[in-house]
Design a binder for this molecule. Structure first.
Ligand SMILES: [Zn+2]
Length: 586
């Protein structure tokens, strides 16, 4: 890691003091070298560029004005993410003359290809630091371990060195003070604009401003959970921890500006009411599936389990009318992506807030991003299915099944345990950097498991085979991300498990065949395996699983290259903003 870091300093010149010391290039030859002839133009062309649109014809003038301010705020989140992922964007881009290279850097928020295991594509930058730009470049795991500081795992701080070279944790609102002020300004303008039509949404925006200025998001997250029928919405702030692969704790700035789809939202609420019984049906011992309550009228479970989700026992602080307790599912069209969610692959569903304590007390909201899901399905999943699956199976791949798979993935994050069953603290703490990929894997597997259960009870209508085969088709798309992302690792664990157990077979013609009855069994066993690893806080077991199963085999690599040859996009690039939306014409 050190070696790669030294090369970065040569290139960027940001840490000028180190640059002169960083000459021993030979030492770096074993590191993942910057690629001289990296196929940047080709990599860029593998993304499908399309306008990110939504129907704004029903919006009022006030809503349109609000939307403009929200987009302005989102743009600032984008700038902060640049600082977190790389550092000074301008320093990096100023050295670049080539148009395609500049575009590819912008897409990746830095010089490492996010869909190719973070391989460097700019000469001389070296490997991407595991801790991105959240930590000093020369920090080691040992030094971090020894560091005694109450904020060492605080998700809203960056780690720096003081004048005496000691580690210090600096809160985001201090580290990014100027940009936070700017973001707050735009959010305040949005609040002022929307207040005459939607007081609650305006109050949330003000609450979010306070959160950003104090690096304390609890109150605003609680307010946000209570927004159930506002037409406009925004997710903004430091949210996901995937960018921090060093400790898995620090959060990356991002924003989604969204318009709600009311019809779908109602349809989806039904499934949340089924969560408690689904939890009980999980194929593990009782300790690994504590009782869930989803109705405020229901008392907390008598076993006093701290894992009970969605139980609200008292009026919510700072939110007099309070959010409706329970997990909510909502469907949106996104009109602007910014920061982490816009880097490389585009998220199609998001489950928030991430804070376990809030999740336990107030539940979560799962936002399904419908216009983007449909775009990904049409441009990627369906063409990949046609290429990779046997013809009779490829025809079963459809958007409805895809939509449900993703929806239940999000629901499944709420299942299982948040705390270990043996006093090792939360699952997240116990598993460290291994938490994210295993949690994503659990969500995939339990999502499928739940679909099977709901089909059995008639709560869900559809052909069971479609969901499983569509899932595998989705996996082919997703494993093209490589092992860099938590979702990619999760998908590879599932794919390799299915393959080794014979639930997926590769035919002589190179097409894959899914044995659905067999796959059901394997998924059920894998569910039990993952829930047990999490409940036990089994860090070693998780590490083992990642090493042995979160890998792409040579055969699969070859098959995936067939997808490239067919010219199927790896992901999407959004042309986005007020102009694309038609918001510029007042
Ligand atoms: Zn997930």
């Amino acid at each position: 890691m050190k070696k790669g870091i030294l090369i970065i300093t040569i290139f960027s010149g940001i840490l000028g003091a180190y640059a002169q010391k960083a000459k021993p290039v030979k030492e770096t030859s074993t590191a993942k070298e910057a690629v001289k002839d990296y196929p940047v133009a080709k990599s860029l062309a593998s993304y499908k560029s399309l306008p990110l649109k939504a129907d704004i014809s029903t919006l009022t003038d006030v809503q349109k004005q609000t939307l403009r301010h929200l987009i302005d705020a989102a743009k600032v989140a984008d700038e902060i993410f640049w600082l977190q992922a790389w550092g000074d964007k301008k320093t990096l881009l100023d050295k670049v003359k080539d148009d395609a290279l500049a575009k590819f850097i912008l897409l990746n928020y830095g010089p490492w290809d996010r869909l190719n295991n973070n391989t460097p594509f700019v000469q001389g930058v070296g490997e991407k630091p595991k801790g991105a730009n959240f930590y000093p470049k020369d920090i080691t795991a040992q030094e971090f371990e020894k560091w005694d500081n109450p904020n060492k795992n605080n998700p809203y701080t960056i780690v720096q060195r003081d004048a005496a070279k000691n580690l210090v944790a600096v809160p985001y609102h201090t580290a990014y003070e100027e940009k936070i002020r700017e973001m707050v300004k735009h959010l305040s303008l949005a609040a002022n604009a929307v207040r005459q039509e939607d007081d609650r949404f305006a109050n949330f925006l003000i609450e979010r401003c306070n959160a950003l200025m104090q690096s304390n998001y609890n109150n605003s997250d609680i307010h946000w959970l209570g927004l159930l029928n506002n037409c406009l919405d925004i997710i903004i702030g430091p949210i996901e921890n995937y960018e921090d692969e060093f400790q898995g704790s620090r959060t990356a700035f991002e924003s989604y500006v969204m318009i709600r789809d009311m019809a779908w939202t109602q349809k989806l609420e039904k499934y949340v009411s089924l969560l408690p019984s689904l939890q009980q049906s999980l194929p593990v011992d009782a300790a690994y599936k504590p009782t869930l309550a989803i109705n405020s009228a229901q008392p907390a479970p008598s076993n006093g389990s701290a894992d009970a989700l969605l139980v609200v026992e008292a009026p919510l602080p700072g939110a007099p009318d309070g959010p409706k307790p329970g997990s909510s599912l909502a469907v949106f069209d996104v009109v602007y992506y910014a920061g982490h969610n816009n880097a490389g692959s585009k998220t199609i569903a998001v489950n928030l807030p991430n804070d376990e304590t809030l999740q336990q007390e107030y539940g979560t909201r799962r936002s399904q991003l419908k216009n983007v899901m449909q775009a990904k399905f049409d441009n990627m999943v369906k063409p990949i299915a046609n290429l990779m699956l046997e013809e009779t199976q490829a025809t079963k791949v459809n958007f409805d099944a895809f939509f449900n798979n993703v929806m239940f993935h999000e629901v499944a994050h709420g299942l299982g345990v948040k705390n270990t069953v043996n006093g090792k603290g939360t699952v997240r703490e116990a598993l460290g950097a291994g938490f994210s990929p295993i949690e994503e894997c659990k969500a995939d597997v339990l999502g499928l498991y739940m679909i099977t259960k709901l089909l059995e009870t008639g709560e869900l209508i559809g052909n069971g085979d479609d969901f499983y085969i569509t899932f595998v088709a989705g996996t082919f798309r997703s494993v093209r991300f490589g092992a860099a992302s938590a979702h990619g690792k999760a998908n590879m664990i599932i794919f390799n498990t299915l393959l080794s157990k014979g639930a997926i077979t590769r035919q002589k013609n190179g097409k894959y065949n899914v044995n659905v009855p067999e796959m059901k069994k394997v998924i059920s066993n894998l569910a039990a395996e993952l829930l047990t690893l999490q409940g036990d806080g089994n860090k070693e077991g998780v590490s083992n699983m990642l090493i042995t199963r979160a890998v792409i085999s040579e055969t699969l690599k070859t098959d995936l290259s067939g997808i490239e040859k067919a010219g199927i996009p790896v992901d999407l690039i959004f042309e986005q903003g007020t102009e694309v939306l038609g918001l510029d014409n007042k």
